[in-house]
Design a protein around this ligand. Structure first.
Ligand code: UT7
Length: 332
């Protein structure tokens, strides 16, 4: 059995926060944010809107775009789940009328889409699933201190649905190979400490947890920047070697949108020609697991990516975790 990514649907919440909006509540400038990150605006969930709500909106849009498509598994990549327990995927499935199908979450931060794609391909290849909706949904803006100028400008909210389905002809399989990696030694570079067993264990059994002290993202930007470039470039090199390809064989590089300077540094490191690295960070910021599918869909809509293109997808994020894969863009 063979698997193919055949469709991507995206959903952005309508509320937009510009750099000028941020300047009204923190000591920053549009010039600093654009120069240091490439971000001019980001979309934010509406008041009261959560990760499951965005995922349901994306699944509803997907059903309208691909009417009659019977999904049998829903994998949700998110690092901003609605609850510590249970997973968010079953709720999303039930709310869109898919109650009863297999559903679970993947928590791989900004690499969530790549880990999700690898999981979906595995499920289809093994004959366990026929059509997987890989949903990415993030409202990470709730996990960022709105008054922190070093993190609040970076993140935006978004959801996407990628359909990974069984195809008969091996020539139609369009994903892979994959390279996935992680290094928990770097967990402290990007973490939200409160909310899990570690914070409860530190507080002591039965004692109240000081949620306020660790409920927002803590990030060491500079070392993370260096790790991002090093991990993604090593992963891309390994992937190219494993697949017997070179930079010249790749029509477009779909680099996780964390910072335009990270993508530029990666291009310099790998000698990627100007214009081959796709970008939409200016309008959406860092949307974690939604970043790669959003960029794919945006560049296809803009005509920058066209059917038949060979794309290299690469991502890096909290964990640390990273990954790369090849995709032949062949939507239906
Ligand atoms: O999604 C995957 C994981 N995320 C990443 O990979 C993010 C990686 N890191 C980065 O993208 C960058 O490190 C940042 C964008 C977070 C920061 O850029 P930077 O060039 O590394 O700046 P910095 O943190 O070294 O700060 C430089 C200066 C500091 O002032 P001093 O200490 O030099 O006086 C900061 O306080 O810029 C200051 N600063 C700001 N100034 C105005 C930090 N944030 C702001 C701001 N506006 N928003």
């Amino acid at each position: 059995m063979y698997a193919a990514l055949t469709h991507i649907t995206t959903h952005l919440p309508s509320r937009v926060e510009t750099n000028a909006d941020l300047c009204t509540r923190m000591d920053t400038t549009d010039e600093w944010i654009v120069t240091r990150t490439g971000i001019a605006q980001r979309h934010l969930a509406a008041p009261g809107e959560s990760t499951a709500d965005l995922a349901v909106a994306a699944m509803t849009a997907f059903a309208a775009e691909r009417p009659g498509t019977r999904v049998d598994t829903l994998v949700l990549a998110t690092t901003s789940p609605d609850r510590t327990c249970p997973a968010t995927a079953p709720e999303v499935a039930a709310r869109v009328g898919l109650g009863g199908i297999a559903g679970y979450d993947i928590t791989s931060a900004c690499s969530g889409d790549l880990y999700g794609l690898a999981t979906a391909v595995g499920l289809v290849d093994a004959g366990i699933a026929r059509r997987v909706a890989l949903v990415t949904s993030e409202t990470f803006s709730y996990f960022v201190d709105p008054a922190d100028r070093t993190t609040a400008p970076l993140f935006g909210d978004a959801a996407t649905v990628s359909l990974v389905e069984r195809v008969r002809d091996p020539d139609d399989a369009n994903l892979g190979p994959f390279d996935l990696g992680s290094d928990g030694a770097g967990l402290g570079l990007l973490e939200v400490p409160a909310g899990g067993a570690r914070a409860r264990a530190l507080a002591g059994r039965g004692r109240p947890v000081a949620w306020e002290s660790g409920s927002y993202l803590q990030m060491a930007g500079r070392p993370l920047f260096l790790e991002a470039v090093a991990r993604m470039s090593a992963s891309c090199r390994k992937l190219l070697a494993d697949s017997g390809s070179s930079i010249d064989d790749i029509d477009g590089f779909v680099v996780h949108q964390a910072n335009a300077r990270i993508a530029r540094a990666l291009c310099e490191e790998l000698d990627i020609p100007d214009g081959k690295a796709l970008s939409n960070i200016r309008t959406v910021g860092n949307t974690l697991s939604s970043s790669i599918p959003l960029l794919l869909a945006d560049s296809a809509a803009a005509g920058t990516t066209t059917p038949g293109d060979t794309l290299l997808l690469t991502a890096f994020g909290a964990g640390l975790s990273w990954g790369s894969c090849l995709l032949t863009w062949n939507p239906r």
